[in-house]
Design a protein around this ligand. Structure first.
Ligand code: ZN
Length: 147
């Protein structure tokens, strides 16, 4: 079974569908979203910037959640990957994307982590952003020297 990285994401409630959306009213609330490794998902509505007590998963007791906002921000991904706190979960959570650069004639390999950052207004589903944590490219060998 896929071992999901446990994420915590703070989402502005005004970006989601809510009871007051029709009034165009800006609400001072945020949703704290927890996605646990065990598959449990929890949404807690709280005042903006309010700090909650440490959350513990009611299903498996896990207390460790990684801050999605931190990992999505311009934090130094150049740090050694092995030092990441969830290094042993990467294998199950990396999505490999391959792009072909027509002009450079090269293949670009991107190793992306999918990090939750929104709740889709239409479906209430969690939305994810791809964050590239590692990439490399391979040049086509067409330029090899001929004898
Ligand atoms: Zn859990």
């Amino acid at each position: 079974m896929k071992n999901t990285i446990p994420w915590k994401s703070t989402i502005d409630i005004n970006t989601t569908r809510n009871l007051f959306s029709l009034n165009n009213e800006i609400l001072p609330y945020e949703i704290e979203l927890y996605i646990c490794s065990c598959g449990m998902q929890k949404r807690i509505i709280k005042g903006a910037k309010q700090e909650l007590e440490k959350y513990q998963c009611s299903e498996c007791g896990n207390e460790v959640f990684y801050d999605a906002d931190y990992y999505l921000s311009n934090h130094a991904w150049y740090e050694i990957i092995e030092n990441m706190p969830f290094y042993n979960l990467l294998e199950d959570n990396l999505k490999i994307e391959i792009k072909y650069g027509e002009d450079q004639k090269e293949l670009l390999f991107l190793f992306n982590l999918q990090i939750p950052n929104s709740i889709e207004p239409s479906s209430e589903k969690v939305g994810y952003l791809d964050k590239t944590i590692y990439s490399f490219f391979v040049k086509k060998m067409a330029a090899m020297v001929q004898n």
